[in-house]
Design a protein around this ligand. Sequence first.
Ligand code: NAD
Length: 370
Amino acid sequence: MEIFRSLSEHDHEEVFFMNDNRLGLKAIVAIHNTILGPALGGCRMWTFASEEEALRDALRLSRGMTYKAAVAGLNLGGGKAVIIGDPKKDKSEALFRAYGRFVQGLGGRYITAEDMGTSVRDMEWVRMETQYVTGISRALGGSGDPSPVTALGVYHGMKACAREVFGRDSLSGLTVAIQGVGHVGYPLAQHLHAEGCRLVVADIDRENLDRAARDLGAEVVEGEAVFDVACDLFAPCARGGLLNDKTIPRLRCKIVAGAANNQLEDEARHGAELLKRGILYAPDYVINSGGLINVANELEGYNQERALKQATGIYDILARVLAISKEERIPTHVASDKLAVKRIQELGRVKQTYTGWSEGTFHRRRQLDS
Ligand code: NAD
């Protein structure tokens, strides 16, 4: 792999590698862009098939974080870390503390968090070595589980979509099909139930399904049948890649708006296909940015009320994305990328340097880019 060519392809700023033979730690941190602020993004632990695949993932995901933070109006850049290893077998306190020292050595240019394969407990080990970590438990002064904030953001994002399609904010009386009623899907279903929606849910976890049926009167469908449900909104809240050649022709909804990451299997093709079919797609990284808003709040000294209030603002952000999409006749996910790039370019002359923490606050010092 030609590393510099890969970096210049999407204008990545920096990549760092860490190796510790004794602990078996091999980690990569990719920093895509820090114009808006320090690069924040989770640390993924995975048995990557090759070092190249690990680096590619770090580069791709760090870039995604730049766009997500920019659209959400946060003063954060995009970064991502990967640890090459088996999350079921290779975890230890020593490994995560060594990773924490690595992050500390980057001096605040990258702030880590949990992601696929890592947990709050792992980040608490990381925190023993560095202050540049978020997603810590509430008991330790962190922001805890982001899911209720993500769910509230999705709920308000759905309202922006409903205004566009049905001419009203209220979701009352609409039918919403939800795939996955877990940490985000369930509190989302609670908001929708309270507003008077008819709910149809699917989940591979029987307990989660039963809870939604029992407590919220949701109708249950089995597995893949959720793609065939005639509904107003379809909310993917389980896995990524679910909007693809096989599933899109089955959809009988007007709006796709849910929390899952990377919903479009092929961004360009499947985003365009939804537009062609007259289905409004709420770009995943915009509507699910409540989770990032939550951890960003941790950097300023966590206050859940403030985080929840900020998440309601996803309504306005999505409304702007939908307006651009309509005006320029472009798919919504392209419109959101445009909005992100515009914000970064507007601030492009200003680089920020980070002087570190004191009393729980992250201090920024703005400097003119020379
Ligand atoms: P979760 O694991 O708590 O919930 C996912 C639910 O989906 C589970 O109940 C699971 O059984 C179910 N599920 C898995 N595969 C399924 C399938 N094929 N069909 C039907 N149900 C299936 O996860 P979560 O935290 O609620 O996150 C859901 C999605 O939202 C993920 O894609 C995640 O990356 C994304 N997301 C979450 C947050 C957050 O704050 N938790 C933030 C942003 C994005």
